[in-house]
Ligand binder design. Sequence first.
Ligand code: CP3
Length: 354
Amino acid sequence: MTELKNDTFLRALLKQPVDYTPIWMMRQAGRYLPEYRATRARAGSFMGLCTSPDYATEVTLQPLDRFPLDAAILFSDILTVPDAMGLGLYFADGEGPKFERPLRDEAAIKALAVPALDSLRYVFDAVSSIRRALNGRVPLIGFSGSPFTLACYMIEGGGSADFRHVKAMLYSRPELLHHILDVNARTVTDYLNAQIDAGAQAVQIFDTWGGALTHAAYKEFSLAYMQQIVAGLKREADGRRVPVIVFTKGGGQWLEDIAAIGADCVGLDWTTDIGLARARVGDQVALQGNLDPNALFAEPAAIEAEVARILAAYGAGSGHVFNLGHGISQFVDPAHAGVLIDAVHRLSRPYHMA
Ligand code: CP3
């Protein structure tokens, strides 16, 4: 195995000393980059990028060729998993992801099963290909959606403003939703372990919609299944710990609970103060976040001021991975992402002088 030339990200996740605060950005490979749009045009479609290890490798590396980011993230999508379960994923132009066969009746739900991992071989091939291309530059992050977030798309059949079908099932037929969540949790465990086998050096669980649940429902329908996954993950590869990051968007009120499920790091959206979050979780986990992604629409001086504020709020010492509080917008000027990354690296050094 090639030596890692920059392991700052992995060290920060384990709260080991670092020289500066590492940064990566959710959705760092994507439409805000003209080179991504060019490759996507050549591939013909977004799924064309995901299913070709060569294209997936090319777009994964694009943001790293432009910016001194501290981690790469596998280029793929959380919805490859329900697609492998037979729901028929497609992307209608300008409408986001959709499923041909959403889970709406009891028979379809009872028939849902953990798919053969071979149907996701293209993802694991992309992971191996990206690891080879990175050649130790920075660590590679693998990922999956959380069981609940996947279920939202599987039941609604696409994005939703109100999750009416999911919520109806949750309140009137909770046992059906639990069946879906159990199948999802077992699938995601196998899927992430296969990504780790293929070369992923850290993994993140994206719980984008957990924050749409009530306080009472969050633990039962989202957190419990993420805990089951974390408990089933391989935590070491090549003699190094493979850290796990759990990110619930809108999860600020449940930080202590999230920190207790056994992950190494908790991701924060932009609504939580990272200093208060640190006080709440103590030494249990590292924290990732949490610039408002829309701060990147401001002028460079304002972006720097927000970075300075977040770094000061976290304070001295390791355990902070800088990120956005959610994915970068396609309308952001790439130069502004450059300003952010430079500011994090430059302004964080004083916080790491032992
Ligand atoms: O972070 C990265 O750079 C890695 C790649 C990545 C994508 N999707 C690429 C993508 C990751 C980690 C995801 C995760 C994902 N996908 C989530 C969880 C994270 C989050 O953002 O909340 C969700 C909910 C999805 C489902 C999904 N995929 C949606 C809702 C959309 C449409 C969104 C949009 O901006 O149009 C996608 C498509 C998608 N996934 C794109 C990219 C770069 C845009 C596709 C395109 O090129 O048109």
